[in-house]
Design a protein around this ligand. Sequence first.
Ligand code: SF4
Length: 340
Amino acid sequence: MEQTIDKKGMMASDKVDENQLLVVKGLKKYYPVKNGFFGGATKTIKAVDGVNFEVKKGETFSIVGESGCGKSTTGMCLNHLISPTSGEIYFNGKTFKNSKNKEIKELRRQMQVIFQDPYSSLNPKHTIKRIISEPLVINRMGSKSEIEDRVRSLISLVGLGEHHLNRYPHELSGGQKQRIGIARALALNPELIICDEPVSALDVSIQSQILNLFEELQEKLNLTYIFISHDLSVVEHISDRVAVMYLGKIVEQGTREKIFSNPQHPYTQALLSSVPIADPKLKKSKNRIILKGDPPSPKNPPKGCHFHTRCPYKVDACEASYPVMKKVSEGHQAACHLLT
Ligand code: SF4
């Protein structure tokens, strides 16, 4: 259906759906690369290649896939940390395409990012108090004493004490550092948080504490999350809906239940079959799908379905054309020629 957009960039159809926070249509991020030492013909890396999804207010939407599939680049394009090559992004029904710096700054206020490595994302020369108060100071969010009150309430919100405020990042554990990253992301009262592999640098025991904190904060503050991860156990724990990416494209998306109990795309099936199972009895009954080789280079993706070089179910059509996304059931779609 064609969308009509008014002068403020509002989509006509989105004005009525107040539950929809983010709509992404045909998002692409291409990088030109020179071939060889002396230049030569330019090739294009299609890091993100025509991605579509929607995120509802208050839900956790996860993007999963192997390293290099384009999931983090998608996240960075959403709040214009990197500029998309093309595509439409609507936040609360408003597009920020061709927006001025002031509008992009406002978008970033409402859409914060939490990064994978809590240590390198915190300035080692600054105290925790300064790190958390920085976004409030830059955005002039109150007087000095109001900012100090806000910093105290943020540190307690993430389960740390006021005594941590005068410490430096190197004096904290990995989990405590990630709590500081979360406090800083919450400082400006965002509606959406993009969590880019937020627990993968942490020990397993700490991971569950941080995941519980994400869930508590979501309920308390009515937050919406985009959760980017390669770890399917984490994604199964935290998500409402899941999109699976392969070589810059979403190959399957649906509710957590549908993706985990009835995966339709051979790539999703292979990913799920590789999730480790602790119970030895269940382990024996599980059919592991071993994929051939590494993912192809995004500089030179295979023609047709990008997955055909590794797919155990490949048919002739798979090399000829890229499969369209088909509806499997309500709230569940996949792109595979085998789906009728
Ligand atoms: Fe496999 Fe063909 Fe389906 Fe691609 S379209 S996932 S190659 S069966």
